[in-house]
Design a protein around this ligand. Structure first.
Ligand code: UDP
Ligand code: MN
Length: 610
C-alpha cells in the first residue's frame, strides 16, 4: 500500500492515519496536520460554491426563456441579450428588446409581451417588467428578482393569469378548431380579388358606399323595400338593409362624454370573446366580428371563439370557413357543435375552449362601440368577482339605425314574477352609492346576451345550468346565483355595445318546447325559495311540466352556502314589488263580480313591471 503513495508527506500521512485508526486516535491526525486540513476544507468549499453558481446559470428565468424563444435575428441583439442576462438587468433587457422589435418593425412586440404575461412571474413583478423604463430608471438593478429566479422553472403549458391567480378551475380541453383565421399568416388578397374568382365579391357588391355610416338608418325603396319587408318576416330583421352596409361601418360614440377622459391601466387582463350563433344571417355576424377586432386594443383580445350551434344555413358552412381564413387574423377561431345544443351549452363549449383571463360573451348580431372593452376589463381587474355588462344600445331591426341618446341615461335589469327580464330605473339608493354617473352601477339582473367575467369566477360561481335548453331563463338564473353566491353584477356605463333586438326568434325550438318557461321553472326551484309560489301563480301550467332534475344545481347552492332569495330582495332589489308582502299590499288575489261573474283584468298591461 505504502508503495503506491508517491510523495513523502503523503506516504507519511497515510501511515499515520492507518496507525491512528488502528489505535483509535483520530484526533491525533487533525492535530498533527491541521494546516493541511484547513487548506483542503477551503478547496472543498470553493469547489462547492463554483458548482452552485454554475447550476444557477443554467436555471431558466421566465423572461430569459421568453427572450431566447424570440429567435434573435440580429447578431448584436443576441450578443447584447446574452450580456444583459448575465448582468441580470432584466428591466433593461426587456426595455431594449421591446424597443428593438418595435424599432425594426420585424417582430411583433406583443409577442414578447404575451410571453412575459404568460410566465409565472408574480403579478407585481410582472407589472414592473412591463413598464418600459426611462433611461435613468433602466439603470436600477432589481436585487429581489435576482434572488427569486435562482430556482429552475419547470416546463409549463401556456396559462394566463388574472391578478396573479392561476386559472385552474376548469380542466383544459383539447380543442379541435374547425378553422382559424389566416389573414395574418397568409397575405390576404385584396377585396376585388385581382385575378381569379372571388366568391365574396357578391357580398361586397351589395354594399353601398356610405350606407348606414355613422349608425344612420338605411331607408329602402321600390323592390328592395318589398324584399326587406319579406325577409323581416323570416330573419326578424331587415337583412336587405344590413347587407347594404359595409362590415366596418362607423357608429356614433354613444358614451357619456365624461368617459373619454377616463384612463385605463396599460396592463389589463386579456379577453376571450365567445360569440355563439345558430343560423345567423351573414352580414350581422361578420360585422360583429369586425367590430370587436377594430374597436379593441389588439393586445387585450386573446382570441375570438365562434361557436356554431349546428346551423344548417349554407353561408355558415364552408363559405364561412373560407372567409375566416382569408380575412380574419388567427385569433379568430371556429368551433362547430355536432348537434343543436341551445345557447347555454353553446356558451359553455366556448368557455371551455377559452384560455384568456376574462370571458366575454356576445350575441352574433352586435356592434361594439368605441372603447367598449377597456372599462369591462378594468372593472374585472379591480373586482374579480364582478359580472359586468355594457350598456346595450339598440340597433333598429328595420333600418339598422344605431340609436343614440344623450349618453347618460340608462336602465338596469329587473324581473317580473312571471319570470321575464325587464328594464328598470336605477334606484335612488344606488344612484347615491355609485358616486359618479359613469361608475359601475349595480344591476339586480342582466339581459343575458352580453357580459364579461373573469374566467376563474365564471367557473367558481357555477357557470351555467347545463340542463337548460335552447333559449331563455338562463340570464335570470345567472343573475340570482351571482348575487346570492357572493358575486356582484354591474352595468359599466362607459362600455357600450349595439345589439339588434329582434321581435321573434328566427330559429327553431326543437320539440316546440317552451324552453323559456322550463328554464325559468328550474331557476325558481333552485334560487327563489318560498318566493317561487309567486312565479307559479303566473305559470300554474309549469307545476305539472317535466323540468328535469335540479339536484346538481341545489348541491352547488348548498356547497357554496349561497344566501337566500329574501336576502337578494332585501339588499339588491329592495324596490321590487312583492305581491304577498303586507308592507306592499293590503290584499291580493282575484276581483270577481258575482253578479256578472266577470273578473277584473289589466289585460297584462301592467305585467311588465311586476
Ligand atoms: N343561439 C344559439 N343557439 C340557440 C339559440 C340561440 O346559439 O339554440 C344564439 C343566437 O344565435 C344568438 C344568441 O344565442 O347569438 C342569443 O340568442 P338571441 O339573439 O335569439 O336572443 P335575444 O337576443 O333575442 O334574447
Ligand atoms: Mn340577440
Amino acid at each position: 500500500m505504502g508503495r503506491g503513495v508517491d510523495s513523502k508527506l503523503g506516504g507519511k500521512m497515510l501511515r499515520d492515519i492507518i496507525s491512528a485508526f488502528g489505535r483509535r486516535q483520530v484526533s491525533l491526525i487533525f492535530f498533527r496536520y491541521k494546516y493541511m486540513v484547513l487548506i483542503l476544507s477551503c478547496v472543498l468549499f470553493l469547489w462547492a460554491c463554483l458548482g452552485d453558481s454554475t447550476s444557477s446559470v443554467k436555471s431558466v428565468h421566465p423572461v430569459h426563456q421568453a427572450l431566447e424563444e424570440l429567435e434573435p435575428e440580429y447578431p448584436d441583439f443576441e450578443e447584447k441579450t446574452e450580456k444583459e442576462i448575465n448582468n441580470r438587468n432584466i428591466k433593461e433587457t426587456v426595455h431594449k428588446t421591446v424597443h428593438k422589435t418595435v424599432h425594426r418593425k420585424k417582430k411583433d412586440p406583443s409577442l414578447l409581451r404575451e410571453k412575459i404575461l404568460s410566465s409565472k412571474v408574480e403579478d407585481e413583478e410582472r407589472s414592473k417588467l412591463l413598464v418600459i423604463p426611462s433611461d435613468s430608471e433602466s439603470k436600477i438593478h432589481n436585487q429581489d428578482l435576482d434572488k427569486q429566479y435562482q430556482k429552475p422553472v419547470s416546463p409549463r403549458r401556456r396559462e394566463n393569469t388574472l391578478n396573479g391567480v392561476m386559472m385552474r378551475n376548469q380542466d383544459p380541453v383539447d380543442v379541435e378548431w374547425v378553422v382559424v383565421g389566416g389573414a395574418d399568416i397568409y397575405k390576404a388578397q385584396d377585396v376585388g380579388g385581382r385575378g381569379g374568382y372571388d366568391e365574396f365579391l357578391q357580398d361586397f357588391a351589395k354594399q353601398v358606399e356610405g350606407a348606414g355610416e355613422g349608425g344612420e338608418p338605411v331607408h329602402l325603396s321600390g323592390v328592395e323595400k318589398q324584399q326587406g319587408e319579406e325577409i323581416l318576416k323570416k330573419e326578424a330583421f331587415n337583412l336587405v338593409a344590413s347587407d347594404k352596409i359595409i362590415y366596418t361601418r362607423s357608429v356614433p360614440d354613444t358614451r357619456d362624454r365624461r368617459c373619454q377622459a377616463v384612463h385605463y391601466d396599460a396592463n389589463l387582463p386579456t379577453a376571450s370573446i365567445v360569440i355563439i350563433f345558430t343560423n345567423e344571417a351573414w352580414s350581422p355576424l361578420i360585422r360583429t366580428i369586425y367590430s370587436v377586432l377594430n374597436r379593441s386594443p389588439a393586445e387585450f383580445i386573446h382570441e375570438i371563439i365562434l361557436v356554431d350551434d349546428f346551423s344548417d344555413k349554407k353561408h355558415l358552412g364552408s363559405k364561412l370557413e373560407r372567409f375566416i381564413r382569408k380575412y380574419f387574423p388567427s385569433k379568430v377561431k371556429l368551433l362547430r357543435l355536432k348537434e343543436r345544443q341551445g345557447l347555454i351549452r353553446a356558451r359553455l363549449t366556448g368557455a371551455r375552449a377559452a384560455t384568456g383571463d376574462v370571458l366575454i360573451f356576445l350575441d352574433s348580431h352586435c356592434e361594439c362601440n368605441t372603447g367598449w372593452l377597456e372599462p369591462l376589463l378594468q372593472r374585472i381587474k379591480e373586482e374579480p368577482m364582478a359580472f359586468v355588462v355594457p350598456i346595450i344600445d339598440v340597433i333598429d331591426d328595420k333600418t339598422m339605425e344605431y340609436y343614440h341618446g344623450n349618453g347618460n341615461y340608462f336602465q338596469v335589469g329587473g324581473f317580473t314574477w312571471g319570470g321575464h327580464f325587464t328594464w328598470i330605473d336605477i334606484s335612488p339608493e344606488e344612484l347615491a352609492r355609485r358616486g359618479s354617473p359613469i361608475a359601475p352601477t349595480r344591476s339586480p339582473t342582466m339581459a343575458g346576451g352580453l357580459f364579461a367575467v373573469s374566467r376563474k369566477t365564471f367557473w367558481d360561481l357555477g357557470s351555467y345550468d347545463e340542463e337548460m335548453d335552447v333559449w331563455g331563463g338562463e340570464n335570470l338564473e345567472m343573475s340570482f346565483r351571482v348575487w346570492q353566491c357572493g358575486g356582484v353584477l354591474e352595468t359599466i356605463p362607459c362600455s357600450r355595445v349595439g345589439h339588434i333586438f329582434r321581435s321573434f326568434h328566427p330559429y327553431s325550438f326543437p320539440g316546440n318546447k317552451d324552453t323559456h318557461g322550463i328554464n325559468t321553472a328550474r331557476t325558481v326551484e333552485v334560487w327563489m325559495d318560498e318566493y317561487k309560489k309567486l312565479f307559479y301563480m303566473h305559470r300554474p301550467d309549469l307545476l305539472s311540466t317535466d323540468i328535469g332534475s335540479v339536484k346538481n344545481r341545489n348541491k352547488f347552492r348548498e356547497d357554496k352556502q349561497c344566501k337566500p332569495f329574501s336576502w337578494f330582495l332585501k339588499n339588491i332589489y329592495h324596490q321590487k314589488f312583492i305581491l304577498d308582502d303586507p308592507e306592499h299590499v293590503y290584499a291580493y288575489g282575484r276581483l270577481r263580480n258575482p253578479n256578472t261573474d266577470t273578473c277584473l283584468d289589466n289585460l297584462q298591461n301592467d305585467d311588465k313591471d311586476r
